[in-house]
Design a binder for this molecule. Structure first.
Ligand code: ADP
Ligand code: MG
Length: 396
């Protein structure tokens, strides 16, 4: 079970723990198992709602669903993380559900039915090692592992793009979280060894191979900030005001995606100075994922790292969504000779940063950055070295 392509990159202890819990709680015929990864966004921050590009990569930390169909229409779930068993009736699911762990599972079942797809009762154990609420998208991982399980149990052919949309629908409508499509897309559709360039307007994708000589290190600052929500709404509103002004000047401008740096500069006097600064982050950032995908494909890690550093400076100084911990972590990363570049990732004000590192030196890099961070900041930081893993998989 542990050395097949389907489980590559996944901690074997996690798979064993989930399988053992299933055997303990739901004894009977052998179950099946799915895994779906969390993700980290390499570049393209606050670009999704501006119709721009993002460059996520699936990581080796994943949600696991162990499942066996039932003869009735009951969905009975056990969570290892919450040590809790609960059940719902499939035919009684109506949005909105709750925000608890079972709602992510039930929400996917609801979304299947809402899309006119067959559903079946299931016994499921859910487990995972994506840190919850750290910005690595444990929720999308759980949704896609559940979707993979429901598809396998009902004989539905796996369609990653359709299932990414279905996972997003479950989270938007059933759980009631207004997330974009990137997390579900990465968890559904990534290929091993490759990041995924995603056009948030057309949903077109292009795989971007990460050179074998490079590792990605996810760096959790341990900081969790609550002001992220209101700041996020402020930033979105600023972008919309700039689009309204630019659309008056140029036909065809629907989003900051459609605006060039020269057009933005020419409109400067008609814009609020803070709004101008926000847009001055988004316009170049919208193109950085395309440039970084090209740099990675060309094996140019120096250029890829420089783009990450530029992105961080822009998020810190122009979009103003970084914080002391993210700046400290990325500074420490850049001080290591093995580091090509580092930036905050996710909405900001805490959570994770990401670094591009020489794969041969990744152990020394992690030791030095973690020691430096702990000497300065008393928070439970954690570093996760990663290679790009594949999207949701059935383990048979
Ligand atoms: P994240 O940034 O990690 O996606 P969210 O708040 O969007 O954070 O989603 C976290 C929620 O997803 C958890 O509160 C829990 O309900 C559910 N969840 C994620 N992973 C698991 C897991 N392994 N087991 C049970 N529930 C999980
Ligand atoms: Mg989430």
């Amino acid at each position: 079970m542990t050395d097949s392509p389907a489980t590559r990159g996944i901690d074997p202890a996690l798979l064993h723990r989930a399988a053992a819990r299933f055997a303990d709680r739901f004894p009977g015929p052998a179950p099946r198992m799915t895994v779906a990864p969390g993700r980290v966004n390499l570049i393209g921050e606050h670009t999704d709602y501006n119709d721009g590009f993002v460059l996520p990569m699936a990581i080796g930390r994943a949600a696991v669903v162990v499942f066996r169909p039932r003869a009735d229409r009951v969905l009975r779930g056990h969570s290892v993380a919450y040590d809790e068993t609960r059940e719902v009736r499939l035919d009684a699911l109506t949005p909105p559900g709750g925000h608890d762990w079972l709602s992510y599972v039930a929400g996917v079942a609801w979304a299947f039915a809402d899309e006119g797809l067959a559903t079946t009762g299931l016994d499921v154990v859910v487990d995972g090692d994506v840190p919850i609420g750290a910005g690595l998208s444990s929720s999308a991982a759980l949704e896609l592992a559940t979707a993979r399980a429901m598809a396998a149990a009902t004989g539905l052919a796996w369609d990653p793009v359709r299932m990414a949309r279905l996972g997003q629908k479950a989270e938007n409508r059933y759980v009631g979280m207004n997330c974009g499509i990137m997390d579900q897309f990465a968890s559904a559709a990534c290929e091993g060894g490759k990041a995924l360039l995603l056009d948030c307007r057309s949903l077109a994708t292009r795989p971007a191979p990460l050179p074998e000589t490079a590792a990605v290190v996810v760096m959790d600052t341990g900081a969790r900030r609550s002001l992220a929500g209101s700041a996020y709404n402020d930033r979105r509103a600023a972008c919309e005001r700039v689009v309204a002004e630019l659309a008056r000047r140029h036909a065809g401008v629907r989003a900051l995606r459609d605006v060039t740096s020269a057009q933005l500069e020419a409109a400067r006097s008609g814009l609020d100075p803070v709004d101008f600064r926000r847009a001055s982050h988004v316009v170049p950032e919208n193109r950085r994922p395309v440039e970084m995908a090209e740099a990675l494909a060309a094996g140019d890690l120096v250029r890829a790292g420089r783009l990450m550093n530029d992105s961080h400076a822009s998020l810190r100084d122009l979009y103003e969504v970084s914080c002391e911990e993210l700046d400290a972590m990325t500074d420490l990363a850049r001080q290591q000779p093995s580091c090509f570049g580092a930036r905050m990732t996710g909405a900001g004000f805490g959570g994770c940063a990401v670094a591009l590192v020489d794969a041969a030196s990744v152990g020394a890099f992690c030791d030095a950055v973690l020691a430096g961070y702990r000497a300065r900041i008393e928070l439970p930081a954690a570093l996760y070295p990663c290679r790009p893993e594949a999207g949701a998989r059935l383990v048979d």
